[in-house]
Design a protein around this ligand. Sequence first.
Ligand code: AMP
Ligand code: ZN
Length: 470
Amino acid sequence: MPLFLYNTLNRRKEEFKLIKAGEVGLYTCGPTVYNYAHIGNLRTYLFEDFLVRVLGYNGYLIKHVMNITDVGHLTGDMDMGEDKMETGAAREGKSAWEIAAFYTEALKKDLAALNIQEPNIWCKATENIPEQIDLIKILEEKGFTYRTSDGIYFDTSKIQKYNKLSHLPLEDLREGARVEKNPEKRNLTDFALWKFSPDASTGVKRQMEWESPWGVGFPGWHIECSAMSLKFLGEELDIHCGGIDHINIHHTNEIAQSEAATGRPFFNYWLHGAFLNIAGGKKMAKNDNNFLTLGKTFTERGINPLAYRFAALQVHYRKPMEYSEKGMDQAALGYSSLLNQVAALGRDLGEVSLEWREKFLAVINDDLNLPKALAVVSTLLKSKLSAPDKLATVLDFDKVLGLSLDKAGANVSAAIEIEQLPADVRELVEKRQAARAEKNWAEADRLRPLIEAAGYEIKDTSTGSQVFKN
Ligand code: AMP
Ligand code: ZN
């Protein structure tokens, strides 16, 4: 069955065709590691994980590359302001390298909690500086660059279709760029390829800087994604993804500089995920105080983070998703109910139903229509198929959904994992478990109200005690 994906480049659903038989080359723009990921960022990584799984379900092998931006992303997207990594380091009194390592690990934990598969290749901007310098040299030789007092810039007036991804009139793109004034730029849309470190006379010393043919400094934000996708994917520039905020600047500039350097198309399919919004349509952003982490929203409230994955499956990736505590609680209930229905099927594994598989494939191959895929699951569970066949089929679908349905009824539920409880509650729960193991029922009964007073409910089952948030 053909797979259709909505290509931002042409603003329509297109049948997916590989450039080269073999693997799909997929590049997803990764995090700037100066802070925790918020659940908006995680929505984008979930959408990309759904894409990877849908490709896998269709039998494709995938080479997935994701970068880690650990230098050069300035507070303004148009090359003005401070380097986010250096501000993160100043905020926490650590080195920029320590900040990068810490938040990269934090992100990996969030990905694991959401069953998001890690890419085949993680690549860091700071570990690919020579490749970025080489690409800038090519652009310089071809006459696309110019020098200002603070860096080397790309001249966007030198290329034919600077707006091929945004589809916006050049005037509007220029207007968008006007917010960050740099009088030395030839065109408002021009962007930095290499920025110079501040002059010694300013007394400001950057932690991250490198020698280059143009002077000591650091790469601009956009060049890293071009250099690393060309390095790791080479010819197989199939699909490039990110959030919709990347369309007009970051991805537009990646295309401009890559196509200028190589003279050939840079990625055939561009897919973009819509935002997670909060408080009536406002984008969740790291520099706003509307920033919610996975821990704060789920784990610390006693909800299994996979409820967020379930919530993300309920909204098509090109539609905005609105965050509310109530909405997330409803998703947790929906997820629990699905787990219960799967658990009720028993443990006997029958055969995958080809008829249901077709129905599932038809909706996921229609530009990842996962809300409809969940509807297929729910009709399947109500159907007349035998329980063992239902189980085999739903577990097959879970290769795409990633909801740990194979563990339904065992150790996955909407209950909170003991390790994720606040330390004081965890101590009480562990003491109570020890008491129960010793059949010291009096002690177990003494501890229960203490746990309840902390806002948790405890249910004893044959396989142990489960803790829920009240
Ligand atoms: P950043 O770490 O800010 O560079 O962003 C990492 C990824 O998250 C990018 O693909 C962004 O487009 C995406 N992103 C940022 N904010 C949101 C949001 N509120 N909802 C969904 N995706 C977002
Ligand atoms: Zn990027």
